[in-house]
Design a binder for this molecule. Structure first.
Ligand SMILES: *Cc1c(COP(=O)(O)O)cnc(C)c1O
Length: 376
């Protein structure tokens, strides 16, 4: 029966203004569309080495007990995290992916009449979780493309200037996705010192384990100093567990207690809990993943230099290339080569493609395909 009600108009104004998150194209979808196999997906910053073998082994036990609810407190995983990170378990909030934690933060602190601040080109989930609460999102200009050190990077002065009397949250990704840009220790610390204490600062460190620079900021080290700080991390990237959905926030116990109140009691499933707990201490897998990524980045930097491709500086497990022409047709042509990358026009970057760093062979295949479609 056709409805006479316009349900769109009933949604919160902030929700009406949202576009759905555009995920990377799934391999199976491209297989169906083109009838081809041997597809290479470098679109969602997944670990090309798969998951940690220790995590896979740890799945056996919960797999035999799927009738049981998971441990809603996530005791073992929080204990393992606390040990590894030098925190108290009371400071940790577990999520169904770190996106879930970002949503918990928004639900706990945002509502109509309040605002969150993030940078232009920042991770797409910040607008979604903010606007879903009815709160306003204030977007700070990023560094311009011609910026000498960090083109497209978060500009902390601009972020500070966007903080108003109604601002409750600031979202910062370090490194950021989809740009790969990052913030240094001194500038980030200086920023935290200038943010009013009643404003909560979320530093999203989804890619931090990939960063090689020993001077790269570890925001966990600042938790004791800044009670308004929340640091989020994930098992989706270097730990290779994106399909299981598990991430966490580290904060003061007081903020963790607040997040816990809006958390679904069983938001992290039993397989994810077991796999994450095991992956956390699989140092060999982490080292290997990091080494493959570092080599892959060098391979891409060399290819970009050889081909005269412009790219945004990156320390993550992806590289964002400026094609200086519309990226959508190039993305489509790459699909026909069986290579899935990520167009980021939705971020206001219609001439860029974001490409996940793969194994040496995967990178070579993607570089060759990109050369071919750009020359066509
Ligand atoms: C991939 C990514 C995440 C991870 O999200 P999950 O929900 O943990 O899979 C978080 N933040 C950023 C900036 C990311 O790119």
């Amino acid at each position: 029966m056709p409805s006479t009600v316009n349900y769109q108009s009933l949604a919160l104004a902030g929700v009406q203004a949202l576009s759905p998150y555009q995920p990377g194209k799934p391999i199976e979808e491209l297989e169906r569309e083109l009838g081809i196999t041997d597809i290479l997906k470098l679109a969602s910053n997944e670990n090309p080495l798969g998951a940690s073998p220790k995590a896979l082994a740890a799945l056996a036990k919960p797999l035999k007990a799927l009738e049981l609810y998971p441990d809603g407190s996530g005791y073992l995983l929080k204990d393992a995290l606390a040990n590894k990170l030098g925190l108290h378990a009371k400071q940790i909030t577990l999520g169904n992916g770190s996106n879930d934690v970002l949503e918990l933060i928004a639900r706990a602190f945002l509502t109509q009449g309040r605002a969150a601040v993030c940078s232009e080109f920042a991770f797409a989930v910040y607008p979604i979780v903010t606007q879903a609460t009815g709160a306003e999102l204030r977007i700070a200009k990023a560094n311009p493309p011609e910026h000498a050190e960090m083109p497209y990077g978060h500009n902390l002065q601009n972020l500070l200037e966007k903080i108003s009397a109604t601002t409750q949250l600031v979202f910062i990704a370090n490194p950021n996705n989809p740009t790969g840009t990052w913030l240094g220790k001194a500038e980030l610390l200086n920023f935290l010192q200038q943010v009013p204490q009643q404003v909560i600062v979320v530093i999203d460190e989804a890619y931090t384990e990939y960063v090689e620079d020993p001077e790269f900021p570890n925001a966990l080290a600042w938790l004791a100093q800044f009670p308004n700080l929340i640091v989020t991390r994930t098992f989706s990237k270097i730990y290779g567990l994106a399909g299981l959905r598990v991430g966490y926030a580290a904060s003061s116990p007081e903020i963790a207690d607040i997040l816990n109140r809006v958390r679904q009691p069983f938001n992290v499933n039993s397989l994810a809990l077991a796999a994450a707990t095991a992956a956390l201490v699989d140092d060999a897998f982490l080292e290997q993943s990091k080494a493959v990524n570092s080599k892959g980045l060098q391979q891409w930097f060399a290819a970009c230099a050889a081909e005269n491709w412009d790219y945004i500086p990156t320390v993550g497990n992806f590289i964002t290339i400026h094609l200086k022409r519309p990226a959508a047709p190039i993305y489509d042509a790459l699909l026909r080569e069986g290579v899935i990358v990520r167009p980021i026009g939705g971020y206001g970057l219609p001439e860029h493609l974001r490409i996940t760093i793969g194994t040496e062979a995967q990178n070579q295949r993607c570089i060759t395909a990109l050369k071919k479609v750009l020359a066509a």
